[in-house]
Design a protein around this ligand. Sequence first.
Ligand code: NAD
Ligand code: IPM
Ligand code: MN
Length: 367
Amino acid sequence: MYNLLILAGDGIGPEVMEEVKKVISWFKDKRGLEFGVTEDLVGGIAYDNYGTPLHDKTLKLAFETDAILLGAAGAPKYDDLPFEVKPERGLLKLRKELDLYANLRPAMCFDALAEFSSLKKDIVSGLDIMIVRELTSGVYFGEPRGIMDDNEGGRIGVNTQRYTTSEIRRVARSAFELARKRNNRVCSMEKANVMESGVLWREEVQWVGDNEYPDVELSHMYADAGAMQLVRNPKQFDVIVTDNLFGDILSDAAAMLTGSLGMLPSASLGDNSPKGLPRALYEPVHGSAPDITGQAKANPCACILSFAMALKYSFGLLEEAGLLERAVEQALANGVRTPDLLQIEGKNPATTSEMGKEVINCLNDLS
Ligand code: NAD
Ligand code: IPM
Ligand code: MN
């Protein structure tokens, strides 16, 4: 039996997580996969109930569980809270405390959705790239940080981009390992032309490539050029490895290649726990989508596909993960789609739960 900690969070988080729970039940009933599920709060809802976006007891549960499934954290009503208790801090603290340094953000374009991308169909059809984003360091966490007086009546906002050799090497290794199981190519992105941390990034990734993965093809690109190439010709990439901030931005751009932000899952992985499974958190790339919260419009596919990543990366259940991915693809091909993906003449959009139900129907059909 595997243990899961579900932190549905804010906004559409609980709405999409509801559909994941149905999928978990399906695997229990039809495949005999027993998951011990614990639920708790993160983000704004945790702040409302516990006075903090991540309670210590939740963090303890996070250390004890085999994998965390997270919905989303954040909502406009918390925008004016002090920085330390903002909902997003709960998520950042989880990532940092569990040392989830490798954030895998695959961007795959299902055939059924190729016409949905804002790019031409032939540019995205068959797209299958993996962005590996460093998740526990860089400008998100570097010190000094803060807003201070400049003593001349103005203020200074400071964040620090900071990377160490070991932080770069370990995430580079994650990227090279993934590439070996895919098309054996890694493209590293930074701004070595203007940032010392970028120079170090490039040198250290190259060092790992030369010394440990000479069989994997390694290239480097400036992150701005990489963004351009990602929309010009995304299929040139196999695995992209990049820092925390560039990875945040590039992965949102990559999400739209696949048709909708509502389609992109992610896995955040650290080193193994004493039980021998990787520390792991799975969450959709999208946020809490305040503009559609409570309207049954949220696409649950990114969250469902995040669970598929849990099956694969935490539990090694490759067959089950593949089955779930195919069920999502089939559901979309059947024309059942939430409003973010609907453009079929004469068809009504599906609600969040209708989309989830269709995925279950397809699981039944395919198995
Ligand atoms: P967002 O991802 O929540 O929304 C961006 C746009 O995409 C919105 O128009 C939204 O309706 C749409 N969208 C997102 N997910 C969708 C889905 N599943 N189905 C259909 N449409 C979807 O980003 P934002 O508006 O910049 O941020 C809103 C809040 O979420 C902020 O507080 C932000 O900090 C937080 N956020 C949290 C996470 C996270 O928890 N991992 C990630 C990103 C943003
Ligand atoms: C993401 C989000 C988060 C990030 C926020 C909500 C802290 O945008 O997971 O992509 O910037 O990492
Ligand atoms: Mn983001």
